[in-house]
Design a protein around this ligand. Structure first.
Ligand SMILES: Nc1nc2c(ncn2[C@@H]2O[C@H](COP(=O)(O)OP(=O)(O)O)[C@@H](O)[C@H]2O)c(=O)[nH]1
Ligand SMILES: [Mg+2]
Length: 288
C-alpha cells in the first residue's frame, strides 16, 4: 500500500486486519516504519505492507521513510495505490503515479475516503484516473467506514500468485509488542502536541515486565532533539506528559487486554534522528 501522506493507508490496514497495528493521526508523516498486516481470505493469505507516505523528502529520516515506501512496493506482487478522493490532485500522488508507470507490477487503485465525497463528483474522478492506463482496477472505498473494502479484498485474493503461505496462520503482523507500544505513545504525542514538536521526537520502549498479578509494566523513553523542547513536552507541572501517558496507557490496556503501568521518561538526545540504531529499530535504512 503506497500513497501520499494522509491518504489513509494505516487506517485501511487496521480495518483489514481488524486490530490496531498501525497508528493513525490527522497529521502527515505519522507512519515512519514499514509494517505488515496479514489477512487470511479463503485459501489466500494476503500480506499487506503499510508504508510511510511518499513525498518529496529533505531530511535523512524523511529520505529513509520514502525509500522504505518504494521498497515496500518493489517487493510486492501487487501495488495498491491509495488516493484521498477529497484531495485527488496533490503533487505527491502525481509523482507516485509517474513512478508506477515504469513499474513491473500490477497496480490497483483504491480511491479512498469516499465517505467525504458526493457520488456525482466521484465517478468522473474514478474515470479520469482509470484513463491514466496505470491501474488494472479502480476501487472506491472508505477505510473509515469499511465501504467497498470487501470487494477490494476479494479481488486481491483472486489475483495474488499461487504459492505457500509466508506466515503462520495466527500471525496478524510483524510489529513487535514493544514497538507497537512505543508507537501508541507516539500517536498520543502527535495528537496532543502542537506543530513541529511531534516530528522532533521519537519513543523507545526501554523495558517490558510481566508482573505476577497479570499486569504489565512498560518503561519508555521519549527522545527530543533540544533542551528547549523538554518543558513543552512536560507541560505546566508535568500536566502534558501525564495526559499523554494516561491516554497511551488506556489505549495499551485496550489492545493488550490487561492492566498496564506505563512510565514515560523524557531525554534530550540531539542525535536521535541520525542514530543508526534508531533506524534499524524502525526497520528503516540509514543510508537511504
Ligand atoms: N473520512 C475519512 N477519513 C479517513 C479515512 N481514512 C483515513 N482517514 C483519516 O485521514 C487521516 C490520515 O489517515 P492515516 O491512516 O494516518 O493515513 P496515512 O498517512 O496514509 O497512513 C486520519 O485523520 C484518518 O482518520 C476514510 O476513509 N474516511
Ligand atoms: Mg500511515
Amino acid at each position: 500500500m503506497i500513497g501520499a501522506p494522509n491518504a489513509g493507508k494505516s487506517t485501511l490496514l487496521n480495518r483489514l486486519i481488524g486490530a490496531k497495528i498501525a497508528i493513525v493521526t490527522p497529521k502527515v508523516q505519522t507512519t515512519r516504519a514499514r509494517a505488515i498486516g496479514i489477512l487470511i481470505h479463503g485459501p489466500a493469505q494476503l500480506v499487506f505492507v503499510d508504508t510511510p507516505g511518499i513525498f518529496e523528502p529533505s531530511r535523512r529520516l524523511e529520505r529513509a521513510m520514502v525509500s522504505a515506501a518504494w521498497r515496500g512496493a518493489e517487493t510486492a506482487d501487487i501495488v495498491l495505490l491509495l488516493v484521498d478522493a477529497a484531495r485527488p490532485a496533490d503533487a505527491d500522488t502525481a509523482r507516485i503515479m509517474e513512478g508506477l508507470r515504469n513499474a513491473r507490477h500490477e497496480a490497483v487503485l483504491a480511491l479512498n475516503k469516499i465517505d467525504l465525497v458526493k457520488r456525482p463528483e466521484l465517478l468522473p474522478l474514478a474515470d479520469r484516473l482509470r484513463k491514466e492506463g496505470i491501474f488494472s482496477r479502480v476501487f472506491m472505498i472508505s477505510g473509515a467506514t469499511g465501504d467497498g473494502v470487501s470487494e477490494l479484498v476479494d479481488y486481491l485474493a483472486e489475483r495474488i500468485p499461487e504459492g505457500p503461505w509466508l506466515y503462520p496462520e495466527d500471525q496478524l503482523s510483524d510489529v513487535s509488542e514493544r514497538l507497537l507500544a512505543a508507537e501508541v505513545t507516539r500517536e498520543q504525542l502527535f495528537l496532543q502536541l502542537q506543530q513541529e514538536l511531534p516530528y522532533a521526537l521519537t519513543v523507545e520502549t526501554e523495558s517490558w515486565k510481566e508482573l505476577e498479578d497479570g499486569s504489565v509494566r512498560i518503561d519508555q523513553i521519549i527522545y527530543v532533539l533540544r533542551e528547549s523542547q523538554k518543558p513543552i513536552l512536560l507541560g505546566k507541572g508535568g500536566r502534558r506528559i501525564r495526559s499523554v501517558g494516561s491516554a497511551a496507557r488506556k489505549e495499551l490496556e485496550r489492545m493488550l487486554e490487561r492492566r498496564v503501568h506505563l512510565f514515560l521518561f523524557v531525554k534530550v538526545r540531539p542525535d536521535w534522528i541520525d542514530r543508526v540504531a534508531h533506524y534499524r529499530a524502525m526497520g528503516l535504512e540509514y543510508k537511504a
